[in-house]
Design a protein around this ligand. Structure first.
Ligand code: WA2
Length: 269
């Protein structure tokens, strides 16, 4: 009899965990697809059209109106690629000077990625050189060589200080061939479109609506490096001391990264 109730409990845990993993992966996927489309929109209407058909006001309006398409992002922004020899001209044309993530004057670099367009919800990104942040910089470099969606490690986001990951797509000159080499990709890069998955608050909101939420504890980990899993969501926990634990695979669309969801029953007081 005890054996049977244990089996039932396990079955229920598995089904709740798989449901949550599927749902989270689905919402991640639609969000990534929509950001991909935004990157193409920028390439088409900001670069292919001369003069540009997009300015900060248009970008803010359009991204605000379509935010329902990106349920797990706290906002999107576009950072332009600027080389050092273009900096002076860029800053005088913009009428402002770029900052670092630490709100200092950006020191000389070979190239920069200052945010020129931002959704209102992330207006604090405006004028920041995104290459001045370690996680964002790595994302930018990997996005432009791969041409794919890339994700950072979990880290504390600007603005909210919530735990999350940043998503980046490179924006290319419209003449980039479909079979471009890595060198051609890097050369044809004109900017970066991305935003942050605010996992701490938006995933919480997603899971809180599901039945049985009171009964289980959910964690999401970045397990890219198998020997040191990084918590992306949920309380710190010692999984090896738990009698019933289920691990569901997650695919967030960046083949370089591995994520998983771990679920267990909440301990009854
Ligand atoms: N977006 C929101 N919050 C952040 C952040 C970010 N990056 N980095 C740290 N906190 C404009 O890759 C281009 C967005 C980065 C895109």
């Amino acid at each position: 009899l005890r054996r049977e109730s244990m089996d039932r409990a396990e079955e229920r845990l598995v089904s709740m965990c798989e449901e949550r993993a599927r749902m989270l992966q689905e919402q991640f996927g639609v969000t990534v697809n929509h950001v991909h489309a935004l990157a193409i929109l920028i390439s088409t209407f900001h670069y292919e059209k001369l003069p540009s058909a997009i300015d900060q006001e248009t970008f803010a309006k359009y991204t605000g109106r379509t935010s329902f398409e990106r349920p797990l992002l706290n906002g999107v922004a576009y950072a332009q690629r600027v080389f050092h020899h273009e900096r002076e001209m860029f800053e005088s044309q913009q009428g402002w000077i770029m900052n670092t993530m630490k709100r200092e004057l950006a020191p000389p670099q070979l190239e920069y990625a200052p945010v020129i367009f931002s959704q209102d919800t992330v207006s604090y990104l405006a004028r920041i050189d995104m290459m001045s942040g370690e996680e964002d910089r790595e994302n930018i470099l990997r996005a432009r060589t791969t041409g794919k969606a890339v994700l950072t490690n979990p880290f504390r986001l600007l603005g909210s200080n919530h735990l999350g990951v940043v998503l980046t797509f490179a924006v290319y000159r419209p003449d980039l061939p479909a079979d471009a080499s890595v060198e051609q990709r890097v050369e044809a890069t004109i900017g970066y479109l991305g935003g942050a998955f605010d996992v701490e608050s938006l995933v919480e909101n997603l899971l809180s609506k599901l039945a049985g939420n009171q009964d289980i504890v959910v964690n999401v980990y970045d397990v890219t490096n198998a020997s040191e899993a990084m918590v992306l969501y949920g309380p710190p926990s010692l999984d090896d001391q738990v009698p019933l634990l289920h691990v569901s695979m997650l695919d967030f669309g960046d083949p370089f990264r591995k994520h998983e969801m771990r679920c267990r029953y909440r301990e009854k007081p």
